[in-house]
Design a protein around this ligand. Structure first.
Ligand SMILES: [Zn+2]
Length: 164
């Protein structure tokens, strides 16, 4: 890690701790050349295997664009989508697994989208859970009616309330 002050190519870690969100590690470093201190944040890589077999880094933007289509005409803002994408990233990261199938990401989106907008949820679920008939929609709608406002996932909204 280069020193951001003098560009010295090495630095010494003087303290490491897990960030409050539990998803990254903050390291306090000191430059042996100029003696100044700085902080770095490291996040484990998270990759997605597409149906084509191509592996690419997890992208919140891709989550947002996938969900955006299902939200057309619905009262869902870009800010809502950004929060949802963050929640999805946090839920997949919290599993401790570093690589997912694209389909698993889709399934991870469902509980969060359900809390956001039920119509968008049904549209999205029809693709990711491969609804084949009206009966599949009926049972999904019955499920929504039977469990309104069911918490989507443990602590799903928790992180939106935390500051940096
Ligand atoms: Zn330095």
């Amino acid at each position: 890690m280069h020193c951001p002050f003098c560009r010295h190519p090495d630095s010494r870690v003087i303290d490491s701790r897990t960030a409050d969100d539990g998803l990254s590690i903050r390291r306090r470093r000191q430059c042996p050349e100029c003696g100044r201190r700085f902080t770095t944040t490291e996040t484990a890589s998270l990759t997605v295997i597409k149906r084509s077999g191509v592996v690419e880094p997890f992208s919140r933007e891709k989550v947002m664009s996938g969900v955006r289509k299902a939200c057309q005409g619905r009262p869902v803002t870009e800010a809502d989508l950004a929060v949802l994408a963050q929640q999805v990233e946090e839920s997949v990261r919290s599993s401790g697994i570093a690589q997912f199938d694209a389909n698993e990401i889709g399934l991870a989106i469902l509980p969060h989208l359900r809390k956001l907008d039920e119509v968008a949820y049904l549209r999205f679920a029809s693709v990711y859970q491969a609804f084949e008939s009206l009966a599949d929609f009926d049972s999904a709608i019955e499920e929504l009616r039977a469990h309104p406002n069911e918490p989507a996932a443990r602590g799903a909204r928790r992180d939106t309330e935390q500051g940096e």
